[in-house]
Design a protein around this ligand. Structure first.
Ligand code: ADP
Ligand code: MG
Length: 311
């Protein structure tokens, strides 16, 4: 059987059984970060890899932007747990044909993103590879009362997102089609660290959007043992993203539900607590129900899959 037959998450499910967990590991595989319990707080560990051609394209993105993104994708996972990043390690495979200036610009992007989110890069590894590949690992921390896990959703919770969706995929599709338009966010995404820190004390489950809303809601449901109903009309898509959709003849709802890399937060919160986070502008898109995963519009249909790196 090929990996493309079982998909990214199918593989993760299979390999998860191979690792023995013990009581020092509060959470191993299955959330945005691995979680280790300390006396006072939790340590968060996460890692993400970007590969030339798959995660970035040297024709569209500057080395600085690639460096920036490689840090943001990791900080986003720390934010999704309610925590803050502290230390980063950067491993890179270069082909060797790159100019020194190219490598320096990439590191500048990483350093600037690290400063933006209050962490420090303290090491890494450099090697050779035919495709430029960047792996960043980040260590962070979260106070005990602020830890937000994918498995903490409760029936009746509202499902919220922190901002508009589909904006990253819009840029990617414009580049693929060789058209002008809204590519800013795709080129330099942000993550919602500050928002996550402020809402963490009030929310139940939380995850960041790396593979599209449907995939993230699915992860919350699977880890929490609940279901979800998302209202299509409430899924936020900006005017700029809609215009990109019109230019390309693509329904931007597809990007919002099944695209990814928006690095917004998806979280669940009891009705009674939403007033506590009003200032953060939460966008309610649905509700946690007992079972099933649905997208509700004129009719109620199955919520589809998100982006899969092997499909
Ligand atoms: P995210 O999109 O938030 O970065 P992923 O979908 O990459 O999360 O990973 C989901 C879970 O699977 C995480 O807990 C991660 O640690 C685990 N995981 C992914 N790839 C591997 C791997 N190669 N070996 C062990 N665990 C993995
Ligand atoms: Mg994540």
């Amino acid at each position: 059987m090929k990996l493309s037959d079982i998909g990214e998450f199918g593989l993760i499910e299979k390999i998860a059984n191979k690792f023995e967990s013990d009581e020092t590991v509060y959470k191993g595989i299955g959330d945005d970060c691995a979680v280790l319990e300390n006396e006072e707080d939790y340590t968060l560990l996460t890692t993400d890899m970007l590969v030339e051609g798959d995660h970035f394209n040297l024709d569209w993105q500057t080395p600085w932007q690639i460096g920036w993104k490689s840090v943001v994708v990791n900080v986003s996972d720390i934010a999704a747990m309610g925590g803050f990043p502290e230390w980063g390690l950067v491993s890179i495979a270069f082909s060797g044909d790159e100019e020194l200036e190219f490598a320096e610009n990439m590191f500048d992007g990483m350093v600037e993103a690290s400063e933006r989110y209050g962490m420090k890069i303290i090491g890494g590894d450099t090697t050779h590879g035919d495709l430029l590949t960047i792996n960043v690992a980040v260590v962070g921390r979260v106070e005990k009362e602020n830890l937000c896990m994918r498995g903490d959703a409760e029936i009746g919770d509202l499902i919220c997102v922190s901002g508009d969706l589909g904006k990253s995929w819009a840029g990617l599709e414009l580049f693929r089609a060789g058209k002008e338009g809204y590519t800013d966010y795709y080129l330099q995404p942000e993550c919602r660290l500050e928002t996550a820190r402020r809402i963490a004390p009030h929310v139940n489950a939380m995850i960041d959007v790396s593979d599209g809303l449907s995939s993230e809601v699915r992860h919350i449901c699977e880890e929490s043992g609940v279901g979800a109903e998302v209202e299509k009309a409430k899924v936020p898509i900006s005017e700029k993203t809609r215009r990109a959709g019109e230019k390309l003849g693509i329904d931007p709802m597809k990007w919002a539900l099944h695209g990814g890399e928006d690095f917004e937060l998806v979280f669940t919160i009891p009705h009674g607590r939403i007033s506590k986070i009003e200032e953060e502008g939460p966008i309610v898109v649905g509700e946690i129900v007992e079972e099933g995963m649905y997208l509700k519009n004129d009719e109620r249909v199955e919520l589809g899959e998100g982006y899969d790196h092997f499909s």
